[in-house]
Every structure is written in C-alpha cells, then in structure tokens.
Design a protein around this ligand. Sequence first.
Ligand SMILES: C[S@@+](CC[C@H](N)C(=O)[O-])C[C@H]1O[C@@H](n2cnc3c(N)ncnc32)[C@H](O)[C@@H]1O
Length: 241
Amino acid sequence: MTGKLYGVSVGPGDPELITLKGLKAIQSADVVAFPAGKNGKPGMAESIAQTYLQPHQEKLPLELPYVQDPDALTTAWAVATDQLYEHLSRDRRVVFISEGDVSFYSTFTYLMLTLRARDTAIEIQTIPGVCSPLAAAAELGLPLTIWAEKLAVLPLLHNLAELETALDWAETVVLMKVNRYYPQVWQILRSRQLLQNSSVVVRATSNQQKIYADLTNLADLSLSYFSVLIVRRSQQWFNSS
Ligand SMILES: C[S@@+](CC[C@H](N)C(=O)[O-])C[C@H]1O[C@@H](n2cnc3c(N)ncnc32)[C@H](O)[C@@H]1O
C-alpha cells in the first residue's frame, strides 16, 4: 500500500495561521477528511481550510460526536477509520484536518491509533500548528509563560479541586472547554482575587473572535464551546518593562 495519511493542523481560525507544510499537504491531497459539521453547517476545521480546498479533491466528512460515552466514541472512531482506510488502501493521499494543533486534544490521535491497530504498515505523518492557548495569548497581547513560570492546561474540569491545585502550582493556568463550568470557575477566581488577571478568548483569531480581558464584572457570561480561559497569576512582566 502506498497510500499515506497526514494529520494537518489548520490553526485556531485565521486561515493564514496554517503552516506552509500543512498547506502543501492539503493542496496535494486526493482526499480531505474532517469532522463533519453539525446542523448542516461546516465544521470548524473545514471552515478554516475551505479557501484552500480544490474542486477535484474528494471531501470526506467524518461523523465524530462530541460525547463522553466511551462506547459511542469507539464506534465512531472505528467507522471513521474504515472510511479513511478505504481510500488509503487505494493508494491515495489522505489528509485529516484538525482545528488548532492536531496533537493537542484532537480526535486525530484516536483515529491514528485505531488505524495503526488495524494495519501497522500505514504511513502517517503529523504536521503541527498553532493551538488555541497560543493563539489566545497572542490575541491578548500576553506571554503565556516567561522565565521559569510553570503552565497548567486543564482540558475539562472533572472536579473543581483540580483548578485549585493548578492555581497553587502554576503561574499560568489555561482552561479548555470552559463553557460548561464557567460560573463555578468564576467563583473560584473571585475567591482568589484573580478575576482581573483572567481573560477569555472566544473563537480566537477567527472573524467571530470575542475577547473578555478582565472577568471582574462578568459572572454571567454565556460562552461558546470554542472558548479558552487564561489565568496569569502574575502581571509582573508588565511592571518590569
Ligand atoms: C477538543 S479541544 C481541541 C483543541 C485544539 N486541537 C487546539 O489545538 O486548540 C476543544 C477546545 O479547544 C479550545 N479551542 C479550540 N479552538 C479554539 C479557538 N479558536 N478559540 C478559543 N478556544 C478554542 C476550546 O477550549 C475548546 O473547548
């Protein structure tokens, strides 16, 4: 088999944040796969890469549900992997595009592992890109970390005590998927007097981007799934410049 799978990071929203390597992989692909959108709308990765897709390329939307149920996920990954394998076994170049970075909380990892379990000989290449916390920090004009600062990333708060532990340990804390827990997170940040040091960026770098740069008066924010919250415990770098 000479088919090859590329996992391509398309960045957080602005299509210009795709790397040249990622762009070349997309443009030379026979098949471009992506998580299918919901309610008839294109998904995030497809929307970002849309301007680079060519009419002759086959588009392959894969049904990859946003659920926690392990059985439902395993079934969805198996079905998606079958679809990818069908093209790879016909020696086609297949690209799976993922929003943000393809190795950072991305479904691509599960697809890659499922494919490898099925056929160890498949060639797979991962092309890195800009993940949402880096994009959000850039849009806020903040460093994510400097000097010897520690960074904690919490992908999903299963237990609010995890946030307390992270705030004790790291100088910068990033919360992904924060929309579900925002009211509880706001209370914890208030109790630590960190609301002024906390920001939320919604749909970073896209043309729908929203920035909330101080959460003091924003207890009731209703956030999109595509929101990242950054707490920088210290603002000291401001004063030293
Ligand atoms: C499944 S993770 C995917 C992360 C992605 N691979 C990345 O590199 O950023 C989804 C979470 O990433 C964050 N996210 C992804 N894209 C974002 C964007 N453009 N702006 C803000 N947050 C984003 C949100 O916290 C969202 O709940």
